[in-house]
Design a protein around this ligand. Sequence first.
Ligand code: CMP
Length: 175
Amino acid sequence: MVFDREPGEQLPFHDREVDPAHAGAAEPSRDARIRHLQRVPLFSGFEESDLRRVSDLARIVELPAGSVVTHIGEPGDSFFVLIDGTVTVRTPVGAGSQLHPGDFFGEMSLLDGEPRSATIVAATDLRLLIVDRAHFWRLMDETPDLIRSILTILSRRVRSLEQTVHAMVHGTNPV
Ligand code: CMP
């Protein structure tokens, strides 16, 4: 069973991606949003003006443990940065790696327009920064450091995946 639930049990956000109208907490003030962003390593080199730009193009949402944030095979329209909490990633080959504060996800569907490549479930209560498709490319254009970070992490994920596939095919650990 992929999800941490009984068959047929409906998790919050089961039918849709995260929608702030259904999330637990009110949107924090701009100052509070920037204080959250200052804690995220992904934005560590950012000037205050860059953080303000991120804050203006994104929103912050809190979700309870068990929420399904992305569904494999479904269309995806948001990019997520994990501010607080842990999520579990289920891919067709990976059995449940975890992402932690400062990690991001959801970039692949925005980059290539394909459906979600993984199901991501909140292992704990979460605080997420969410950037919608409409703002994603503007954010990329305006913050080249973010592009570099995303490319670096994507490269690591490809390497990790190649090692996993190698181990599956050969039944050994790759060198
Ligand atoms: P996307 O395909 O848009 O939605 C699911 C997300 O899971 C995907 O973007 C990546 O951000 C993330 N993801 C996919 N594969 C992995 C992986 N092997 N390790 C960590 N995160 C992943």
